[in-house]
Design a protein around this ligand. Structure first.
Ligand SMILES: Cc1ncc(COP(=O)(O)O)c(C=O)c1O
Length: 328
């Protein structure tokens, strides 16, 4: 799903809140030419029954973002708690009472020509109303991309680095133009890495398997949440091991995980049905649990959430969340 935002949406840019149409960068901005930015993606889910919006693991997302910025030596001069406060403010100022996607972006901001970056950094944050990213209820038809996942020693996939998303864009564009819903990328060794904007899980012979984070993939926070739900709620210990391409064709179940996609079942790969081409039982259970958890309906997972409209949420998340779980 591509989202065209309202130009009057309030965004955070240059240390201020302002309308989106006023938040502009110059055409010589370093990140625009050389891809030297790092972004994040965070969800907030609207709970109609409880009339609140729940940010999903924002501290973990901002923590990941700041660490990934370090790869490019970009400094974000705010604590994870301060960033969380900005996210809450954006949601409140825009009076968002629907599912939302939050996009923080930090970048090399100098306006000049020359690839070597200097120390001029900037950051911005936008919160957009955002429904389903992929219509995946009936399951997706994925294809193994002919584009390989970018190598850690070229541009680290774990970094959520702007320039690296050319790799995802090429794979996703080719897949969609060929009539598929999504691309699955292999790494340079030919093992399964991940989807264009999601991690991948396979169920095979009763085991839940996902590639290890050293296979050139993003260390997904949804991946980590799903692993915890599988272990704790359905007693299925996740295994991290390389996955061969052909295992995708003989798997019992396959699904993708990500902030935007949630848990998206894959029922066909390259015109081959995954088992009987229906959404499998493990995928269904995990999907249900995940939806319940992110909407604040599972008590044990309240630790993941920040309620946006509850008074005090602009500063009270540490107290709300004694336990701090980090991604993979
Ligand atoms: C390439 C890639 N892999 C995996 C993911 C899933 O990560 P997360 O669950 O933290 O959103 C994303 C999310 O945007 C992604 O871009």
């Amino acid at each position: 799903m591509n989202v065209e935002p309202d130009p009057n949406l309030t965004v955070y840019f240059g240390g201020q809140y302002m309308p989106l149409h006023e938040a502009r960068v110059g055409i010589l901005t370093h990140a625009l030419h050389y891809g030297t930015g790092v972004f994040e993606g965070i969800r907030a889910h609207w709970d109609e029954a409880g009339q609140d919006l729940f940010l999903m693991r924002p501290l973990e997302h901002f923590e990941r973002w700041k660490r990934n910025c370090g790869i490019l030596r970009i400094e974000v001069p705010a604590t994870t708690e301060q960033l969380c406060a900005i996210a809450v403010q954006l949601l409140r100022r825009n009076r968002l009472r629907t599912d939302v996607y939050i996009r923080p972006l930090a970048y090399k901001s100098a306006e000049r020509v020359g690839v070597s970056p200097d120390d001029r950094d900037a950051f911005a944050m936008v919160a957009l109303p955002f429904g389903e990213y992929l219509h995946s209820d009936m399951g997706l038809h994925a294809t193994v991309s002919s584009w390989r996942r970018i190598e850690d020693n070229a541009i680290p996939a774990r970094g959520k680095i702007c320039g690296a998303y050319v790799n995802s864009a090429l794979a996703s564009d080719d897949a969609r133009r060929a009539g598929f819903d999504e691309a699955i990328l292999l790494n340079e060794s030919g093992q399964v890495a991940e989807g264009s904007t999601s991690n991948i899980f396979m169920v095979r012979r009763g085991r839940l398997i996902t590639p290890p984070v050293t296979e050139n993939l993003l260390e997904g926070i949804t991946r980590n949440s799903v692993m915890e739900l599988a272990e704790r709620e359905i007693g299925l210990t996740p295994f991290e091991r390389p996955i061969d391409r052909s295992e995708l064709y003989v798997a019992d179940e396959l699904f993708l995980t990500g902030t935007a996609v949630g848990i998206a079942p894959v029922v066909r790969v390259d015109h081959r049905p995954v088992k009987d081409a229906t959404v499998g039982p493990v995928t269904s259970q995990l999907r249900h649990l995940y939806i319940e958890a992110v909407h604040g309906r599972l008590r044990d997972y309240g630790k993941w959430l920040v309620p946006v409209y509850r008074p005090g949420s602009e500063s009270g998340w540490s107290a709300n969340r004694p336990e701090h779980v980090h991604a993979a």
